[in-house]
Design a protein around this ligand. Structure first.
Ligand code: ADP
Ligand code: MG
Length: 288
């Protein structure tokens, strides 16, 4: 595994794997129910994840469509965070974690030996539950990813401003870019972390319960932002809040205890007419 010096190899390899543009005619004839899988940017096939001897995910096969919001829901401990981390190889950082099966990004298996996980994580960024800005200025927080990439040239300032704007934070912090990111409110800190993830120009943003530590006003700002982000990026978001999943996502994946993906479909279908009784029971609050 190349940790340094892999440069943009992952990027170029994956970009050649892009699917063909979809024509209007194809769109019109696409099936209306079930996930439209023709535009999957991320795909897992028979993915198993173990922590030591404990299996946390069982045989997960799922195609995540580009430029949509995909929500992962399910009770605590069912493997949502584990699945999210498998998409950008964050599980690599957990010693006891072991991944089996395949995970494709633009058709390239990200667990292949020639994939540089650091480069991969710039294309597939991540935002965590608890806002975790660096103890640095607002500007430096956002510039961090660019500098690591060696893009510390004259464009940094423009890129930082663009990222802050896309994260719906620029207006609030424009006059305090040199002040510490840690002095912001919780909701602003989370949007700063989103700006930091956006700055290196990723294609996919993974969010693990990004609003669950925030108050309702800050939560609603994050929800609005997630919907906007899907115009530029593919968003995969874990939430334990079913109303939130129903509000902001296009597709919903329901994981249940044992690390099983029980149902994955259009969000409306999942919430209005799920195929599986266990999903219906979970959605209607009979357990979970
Ligand atoms: N770092 C870890 N080491 C060992 N076991 C873990 C680790 N992270 C998660 N697990 C276990 O894997 C299962 C799935 O956890 P997780 O993916 O965090 O679920 P969720 O995000 O749905 O709450 C749980 O049984 C949890 O205890
Ligand atoms: Mg979790």
């Amino acid at each position: 595994m190349t940790v340094n010096g892999g440069g943009p190899r992952t990027v170029s390899t994956t970009e050649t794997g892009r699917s063909e543009p979809v024509t209007d005619a194809e769109t019109e004839t696409a099936p209306l129910d079930g996930p439209d899988t023709s535009d999957a940017i991320v795909e897992s096939r028979n993915l198993d994840v173990y922590y030591g001897d404990t299996q946390a995910l069982q045989d997960i096969s799922m195609e995540i469509p580009e430029h949509q919001v995909t929500a992962l829901i399910g009770p605590s401990g069912c493997g949502k965070s584990t699945f999210l981390r498998s998409i950008n190889r964050m599980n690599d950082l957990i010693d006891v974690a072991r991944v089996e099966g395949d995970l494709y990004f633009h058709g390239k298996n990200i667990y292949d030996e020639d994939v540089d996980p650091v480069a991969l994580r710039r294309k597939i960024g991540m935002v965590f539950q608890k806002p975790n800005p660096f103890p640095k200025s607002i500007f430096d927080n956002v510039a961090y990813g660019l500098r690591v990439q060696g893009k510390d040239d004259g464009d940094v300032e423009a890129n930082v401003r663009t990222a802050l704007e896309r994260a719906a934070l620029l207006d609030e912090v424009e006059d305090q870019l040199d002040e510490s990111g840690l002095d912001l409110s919780g909701g602003q800190q989370q949007r700063l972390c989103i700006a930091r993830a956006i700055a290196p120009d990723p294609e996919v943003i993974l969010m693990d319960e990004p609003a669950s530590a925030l108050d309702p006003v800050a939560t609603s700002k994050i929800e609005d932002l997630v919907e906007e982000l899907a115009e530029e990026y593919t968003v995969v978001i874990v939430t334990h809040n079913m109303q939130q999943a129903a509000r902001i996502s296009d597709k919903t994946a329901v994981f249940l205890t044992g690390g099983e993906l029980v149902e994955f479909d259009d969000t409306n279908k999942i919430f209005e007419n799920p195929e599986h009784d266990r999903v219906e029971d979970y959605i209607t609050g009979k357990f979970g």
